[in-house]
Design a protein. Structure first.
Length: 41
């Protein structure tokens, strides 16, 4: 599973990464599906 987002600070990115890693696979897949268009780099 690969996902990328942009954040203003490294601190924000680290916090978001930690929160994302705590989600179940099902919740991660749901999040990615819901945010598919917003997070295109």
């Amino acid at each position: 599973m690969i996902h990328a987002e942009r954040f203003k600070t490294r601190s924000e990115a680290t916090k978001a990464e930690a929160a994302f890693k705590k989600l179940s696979r099902k919740k991660k897949e749901h999040y990615l599906q819901e945010n598919k268009q917003k997070n295109v780099l």
